[in-house]
Design a protein around this ligand. Structure first.
Ligand SMILES: [Zn+2]
Length: 500
């Protein structure tokens, strides 16, 4: 009793940890790590819709989101500390623990002035698709690097999500070939197992959906398709029941596809979230059945980015909002540069604008014997005169280490990739976005795009609600639990407050 009181006192004084993970406990590695990502899942979805989620259930019969929120270590507002939040960089950061400035994945695609074409983040001249533009290993790669029997398998409708989650060494990365209506992969990876062909035969018998036409029923069906494929991988490959620890990465792309159309305040997004709750519960139940409980499973749940409200809704909220139409803006800029530096000739000064990045014709600047800083600054001044533009950053400022103060400067440091990012980068005011085919889009580092939930479930984690947390902390935390090295370029920290 006395000893008990004493230890209680020491705990209260913070001199001994409440219950440290013992070496024996630490040595008992999980058999399976499941990384579950919902594409465009804002941090507030979980708290907003919590009352309507299924009951938490138990490890033998888990519910959906509520199970993870109550039984896991839940970071309700984890963040991406980067300038632009979108799918490819998000998934790359989840798996690698490194930010774009290091890992090479700053945006979904970027302009290459040499070829005059856009470069896709998962594009590969040899294999069509591969993770080779990701310049680092992932937590799954590091696991495989020391445990040759470990397997890493991923699935998502979007190729970039499956590819970035899978890292360099995935044993299987599946995504949907919508035109062929089948799950597919790339020759970069080993030939998919024979069962994938059989599974595709089953899929071909179902009505073909177009994920470009987004409706709630299509989003629900696509989510089910993805989780069905995840269950199939789990069962066919007996993941978690082999000689090594395995990894299953699943990303639900439909939430993003519908969210772009309707925005986070629409009743359909609530309906989809509640449907995901049911479907995830169903997936977790299969997981628990296959693994005979969840005692040897780690589940990580997060999102690749969030989304702002659609402009019309933002206006009703008395928020200053607007859409950029860059075509007339570009025309104005090019005219301004013509006037200052002389006619550009047949090609414009600004070759292309993409995702707030502006790419200048460097050859023209050289030919005219101009200082690139001068031309970039002229573009900067022109952009600063446009409504909705908060700040503008240039390559020359990067070269001279002239970052703006505060949040944006830090985000730029974490995100800017010289030679790949634009010569001029626009930083929009909050709630201002690109005019695209979508009602709303995410490509900023403002809170609505950068804040997402992060949950860690498993024996090593202390259930509870935790403040803070960065998404790049996920990979090193998983590496820690796996007893492996963190990914090569890891910049995150182990979320030790969540450890038992
Ligand atoms: Zn998106």
């Amino acid at each position: 009793m006395k000893r008990f009181l004493l230890s209680g006192l020491l705990i209260a004084l913070g001199t001994v940890p409440a219950s440290a993970l013992t070496a024996a406990e630490y040595a008992r590695r999980p058999k399976l790590v499941v990384v579950l990502v919902v594409d465009q899942f804002r941090a507030d979805y979980l708290s907003r819709f919590e009352k309507k989620f299924l009951p938490a259930g138990t490890a033998a019969k888990p519910g959906g989101f509520r199970f993870l929120m109550q039984q896991g270590a839940w970071f309700p507002s984890a963040e991406y500390d980067v300038l632009q939040c979108m799918t490819c960089p998000g998934h790359a950061m989840i798996a690698s623990g490194a930010r774009p400035a290091l890992n090479g994945i700053g945006t979904n695609d970027w302009f290459d002035p040499v070829t005059g074409k856009l470069v896709y983040c998962a594009e590969d001249s040899e294999f069509g698709r591969s993770p080779r533009r990701l310049l680092t290993t992932t937590f799954g790669d590091e696991l495989k690097n020391v445990h040759e029997k470990s397997r890493v398998m991923t699935v998502a409708l979007k190729d970039r999500s499956a590819i970035m989650l899978g890292g360099q060494r995935a044993d299987l990365a599946l995504w949907l070939d919508e035109a062929a209506w089948q799950w597919t992969s790339s020759k970069y990876y080993a030939e998919p197992p024979a069962w994938v062909g059989k599974f595709n035969e089953g899929l071909q018998k179902t009505p073909k959906l177009s994920f470009k036409v987004n409706t709630l029923p299509i989003a629900i069906a696509g989510t089910r398709m993805t989780l069905d494929a995840a269950k199939e991988i789990l069962k066919r490959e007996k993941l978690g029941r082999g000689p090594g620890t395995d990894v299953l990465g699943v990303s639900l792309s439909n939430h993003d596809m519908l969210g772009h159309q309707l925005g986070p305040n629409s009743p359909e997004m609530e309906r989809l979230t509640l449907e995901e709750d049911r479907q995830i519960a169903d997936f977790l139940r299969v997981l628990s059945q296959e693994m005979k409980g969840l005692q040897d499973v780690v589940i990580a749940f997060t999102a690749d980015h969030g989304i702002p409200p659609v402009s019309e809704v933002a206006k009703n909220f008395k928020i200053d909002t607007g859409l950029f139409d860059f075509l007339p803006v570009l025309r104005k800029i090019n005219e301004r540069l013509d006037k200052r530096f002389g006619s550009a000739g047949d090609k414009p000064w600004v070759l292309r604008t993409r995702l707030f990045h502006f790419f200048l014709d460097q050859e023209l600047i050289r030919k005219k014997k101009l200082a690139r800083a001068e031309v970039e600054d002229e573009v900067k001044q022109a952009l600063l005169a446009e409504p909705g533009v908060l700040q503008v950053f240039t390559r020359s400022e990067y070269d001279r280490g002239l970052f703006p103060p505060g949040l944006i400067g830090q985000q730029l440091k974490n995100s800017y990739i010289p030679g790949q990012s634009g010569d001029v980068v626009l930083i929009a005011k909050p709630f201002f976005m690109n005019k695209t085919g979508n009602a709303v889009t995410h490509m900023t580092g403002w809170s609505y795009d950068r804040t997402v939930p992060l949950i860690l479930y498993g024996r090593a984690f202390k259930p509870g609600v935790y403040a803070g947390g960065l998404v790049i902390d996920l990979a090193p935390t998983l590496s820690f639990v796996l007893g492996t090295l963190p990914p090569a370029m890891n910049e995150g920290r182990v979320l030790k407050e969540a450890l038992r």
